[in-house]
Design a binder for this molecule. Structure first.
Ligand SMILES: Nc1nc2c(c(=O)[nH]1)N[C@H]1C(S)=C(S)[C@@H](COP(=O)(O)OP(=O)(O)OC[C@H]3O[C@@H](n4cnc5c(=O)[nH]c(N)nc54)[C@H](O)[C@@H]3O)O[C@H]1N2
Ligand SMILES: Nc1nc2c(c(=O)[nH]1)N[C@H]1C(S)=C(S)[C@@H](COP(=O)(O)OP(=O)(O)OC[C@H]3O[C@@H](n4cnc5c(=O)[nH]c(N)nc54)[C@H](O)[C@@H]3O)O[C@H]1N2
Ligand code: SF4
Ligand SMILES: [Mo]
Length: 788
């Protein structure tokens, strides 16, 4: 995409009208009780998805943050905060936080004591020398940017495109098994992007707004929004809606808080959602519960879909999923008969080999029930609102020739092109083997792959340490990946130390646009925008000549304007703005660039028979894949008799972060695995006892919580554990591989289009241990509790 096109698209998202939209609450900064209060809308770091819960930062005369409170003026969050923002002070002033650049001799990688403080200038000089040397010898494609989840750094494509000029910006979770399979499913099937549940977030009158219709039935599917506030969605909106009468269906192998309040809880076997979705389609079609008008005028391939789902009668799904057939039918009827109804589909949809097909059946359900683009159903962005930041600077910074070298582009174009990302599993192979070409330099942009992002983390560790001649970490704290593999460390600013923006739902389906205001200064830190700009213009001045400052770069990329920061300064005073939403856009030609009614697909309709899937060589209709490592292999089940699901979020932590925050660690001191009481009895495991978890790929230890939240077939293990209080040097590496559930999970088991991974549905065995690895909370308080 050219820059001109980019700015046009930014206009399509109505970002240029922000200042006129609305002006909510008190001024952005004011005095109260002798303190300066700054209202802000945080994103990251600390890591969070782009929710931007309204936050007030209280700063004393000495410029120190002394208190945080929720900002009641935010129209969606209304003052509510989770523990991580409440503990912000303990994160910012934590004694383990790193506030200056550092270098280490590459021979000393893995030695936690070998770091040496340097200046920013020295850091930039070293990086420039290494960049010039490595790109001259191996080309820019030999650089990989390790990307993570949707925090600012994690999705910051300009690091790849404009700063280093490499096509290899790479999110390193196998099969890109987070969000993008869902996003790709709707993009290929309906030519739009992630459909969020309409919780009236964008309407000035919120729930009472006359344009809104209360969602009669909400399906929370493989998602735990109260704990995760995922992808820019404020989880408590579910409770707000329930209080108004919304009925709930929860589809989850675990009993989570919402499941206990649901009308129907389908407690299915992990990894079998696609079968369940096909059975819902079967019931809805066979019982004639679908929206005839929508199907007739706006869908393509209905008859083929109707025929395909005959292969999955509810009785068959009941057997596969382990759920009573009458519950499957009752839930499908309840969803289809409610007007409007919505589905909140979560991460579990992606984390299976047939993740794309799971996405496909979900979009099909939303479509044939007529819930797309309607009040109280699923909101969709209008034409051109792709606002694809991942393309920003690609032409100028990378160029067509180098783009073709993106790892995985040839084999998995449906994956690599949708989000301009190198393929995770093929990147691992390139690091291990030098095929198709050597990877020599790395940069961690909000990624801790050895503790969290990546499966078989020892493989990633060994490949990176062996392959990379030079590697840079940019973070708030030291972490195992940086400790093991970096030669330079650069310090990162937190939300309280920075300016910026936060668009809920990653921009296209934004309901609120928030602005971050700088309230304090700590150490010598930079933001992702600042580092990208400062480093980029030193490495490649020709790419950066159009931007006068890091702030102007931020203004251009996020707001589609270039006014030296003046436009940002003006609109950011709003702190938070609602972005107008429109419904039934497909009827009025607002979903397609050419202004014709319908959807932006080749047929102009929602493609239940997908021409895109067909073109990419996959089945155009949904199909269910039985998990490869599961009951389909009875021999395997003898050794590994349980189904392991992993990574359901807790409010205490964001992935591998926050283990140094004593208040948060106190909430969850040890890595927890949930085991059913009957299983505990059979295996002789007591509540609180440590156990070994093992799979054909590896093992780790976690602490048993004996609980009925899981049934007798299922165990659930927390992910992303490491121990910042322990020795950081190799081989201990902060205990990184001891309780790392990703030791048990494989790479290379994705679907036909390159997406999906069995990270929430693998087999595992459990052995009780006599050893006790309990965290000493006194040590945590001593080490991390006294703020500096
Ligand atoms: N506090 C906190 N918030 C976070 C994060 C964090 O680390 N901490 N991470 C962020 C990120 S990157 C993401 S992607 C989101 C994810 O957030 P969500 O989409 O909410 O996903 P999870 O919390 O992983 O899991 C949600 C539910 O899926 C269930 N589940 C497990 N396996 C299956 C299955 O096979 N089928 C079904 N139907 N359900 C299953 C789990 O039991 C759990 O209740 O959260 C984001 N928000
Ligand atoms: N078993 C299992 N594994 C999983 C999951 C699961 O459900 N089960 N979930 C997976 C999912 S969905 C995801 S998205 C990945 C997440 O994986 P990652 O996104 O890699 O998350 P972290 O490992 O926490 O590493 C992120 C690092 O980024 C830093 N950081 C935070 N904010 C910023 C920022 O704004 N800029 C920069 N430069 N750095 C920042 C943090 O301090 C931290 O050290 O994990 C995956 N791993
Ligand atoms: S979800 Fe929690 S950490 Fe994220 S912005 Fe809201 S209160 Fe802060
Ligand atoms: Mo994620």
């Amino acid at each position: 995409m050219s820059e001109d096109e980019f700015y046009q698209r930014a206009e399509a998202v109505k970002l240029d009208t922000l200042s006129d939209v609305n002006d909510i609450g008190k001024p952005w900064r004011y005095e109260e009780d002798g303190l300066t209060v700054t209202r802000t809308s945080p994103w990251s770091p600390p890591g969070c998805h782009p929710v931007g819960c309204g936050l007030k930062l209280y700063v004393d005369d000495g410029g120190r943050l002394v208190r945080v409170e929720g900002d009641e003026n935010n129209p969606v969050t209304q003052g509510r905060l989770c523990p991580r923002c409440l503990a912000l002070k303990d994160y910012i002033y934590n004694p383990a936080r790193l506030l200056h650049p550092m270098k280490r001799d590459p021979k000393e990688r893995g030695n936690a004591d070998a770091w040496e403080r340097i200046t920013w200038d020295e850091a930039f000089d070293i990086i420039k020398d290494e960049y010039d040397r490595i790109t001259a010898a191996y080309g820019r494609e030999s650089i990989v940017v390790f990307a993570g989840t949707g925090r600012e750094g994690g999705t910051f494509a300009p690091y790849g495109t404009m700063c280093f000029g490499t096509p290899n910006f790479c999110y390193t979770q196998s099969g890109y098994a987070c969000y993008t399979p869902r996003l790709a499913a709707i993009a290929y099937i309906a030519g739009t992007t992630y459909p969020e549940w309409d919780y009236a977030g964008a309407l000035p009158g919120r729930w009472e707004d006359e344009r809104y219709e209360l969602t009669e039935c909400l399906v929370v599917w493989g998602k735990a929004p109260l704990e995760s506030n995922p992808d820019g969605f404020f989880g408590h909106a579910v409770i707000d809606a329930m209080r108004r009468g919304t009925r709930l269906i929860v589809i989850d192998p675990r009993v989570n808080w919402l499941a206990t309040r649901a009308d129907i809880h389908l407690q299915l076997r992990a990894g079998t959602d696609t079968a369940l979705g096909m059975a819902w389609l079967n019931v809805i079609i066979n019982e004639d519960l679908y929206d005839h008008d929508f199907v007739e005028y706006w869908c393509y391939g209905f008859d083929q879909l109707a025929e395909r789902v005959q292969e999955m009668p509810p009785e068959k799904a009941a057997e596969i999923c382990g759920v009573p057939v009458e519950d499957i039918c009752a839930a499908a009827r309840m969803y289809a008969q409610a007007k409007p109804a919505a589905i909140q589909w979560g991460l579990a949809a992606d984390q299976k080999t047939d993740g794309m097909q799971n996405g496909q059946v979900t979009v099909d359900l939303m479509a044939i029930t007529g819930n797309l683009d309607v009040p109280g159903g699923q909101i969709l962005p209008g034409a051109g609102a792709g606002h694809n930041e991942s393309g920003f600077g690609f032409e100028k910074g990378v160029g067509d020739e180098l783009q073709k070298k993106m790892i995985g582009l040839e084999q998995y174009p449906a994956y690599c092109m949708i989000i301009l990302n190198a393929h995770a599993d093929l990147m691992l192979h390139a690091l291990e083997t030098g095929d198709p070409y050597p990877i020599k330099m790395g940069f961690y942009a909000g990624n801790n792959l050895m503790s969290c992002t990546s499966m078989e983390p020892q493989r990633w560790h060994d490949a990176i340490v062996k392959s990379l001649e030079f590697c840079i970490g940019f973070d708030t704290f030291m972490n195992p990946s940086i400790e093991a593999s970096c030669d330079i460390f650069l310090p990162l600013s937190t939300v309280a130390e920075r300016e910026g923006t936060v668009f809920t739902h990653y921009a296209p389906c934004t309901v609120t646009a928030g602005f971050m205001h700088k309230a304090i200064e700590v150490g010598e830190t930079m933001t992702d925008f600042e580092l990208c700009y400062e480093l980029g213009r030193r490495l490649r001045p020709e790419v950066w000549e159009d931007f006068a400052s890091a702030k102007e770069f931020m203004e251009a990329l996020r707001l589609g304007k270039k006014e030296g920061g003046a436009y940002f300064d003006k609109v950011s005073q709003n702190v938070v703005c609602q972005i107008p939403v429109e419904y039934y856009k497909y009827e009025r030609g607002q979903m397609r660039q050419d202004g014709q009614p319908g959807f932006a697909t080749p047929t102009g309709r929602v493609e239940l028979w997908s021409t895109a899937f067909n073109q990419f060589g996959d089945d155009p209709l949904p199909y269910y894949l039985e998990p490869e490592f599961g009951p389909a292999d009875p021999e395997l089940m003898k050794e590994y008799p349980f189904i392991l699901t992993t990574g359901a979020r807790t409010t205490a932590f964001f992935h591998s972060e926050h283990r140094q925050i004593a208040y948060l660690r106190e909430l969850n001191p040890d890595p927890i695995v949930e085991i059913n009481p009957q299983v505990a009895l059979d295996l002789g495991i007591a509540d609180g006892q440590w156990v070994r978890l093992r799979s054909p790929f590896g093992e780790c230890v976690e602490k048993a919580r004996v609980t009925e939240t899981v049934d007798e077939k299922t165990v659930h293990a927390q992910h992303a554990w490491w121990f910042p209080e322990e020795d950081g040097s190799e081989p201990n590496l902060y205990g990184n591989f001891r309780s790392n559930i990703n030791n048990l999970l494989p790479n290379d088991h994705y679907g036909k289009l390159g997406f999906g991974a069995p990270n929430k549905c693998l087999v595992c065995g459990i052995d009780p241990l006599v050893e006790n690895y309990d965290t000493d909370m006194n040590l945590i308080w001593e080490k991390f509790g006294k703020l500096v």
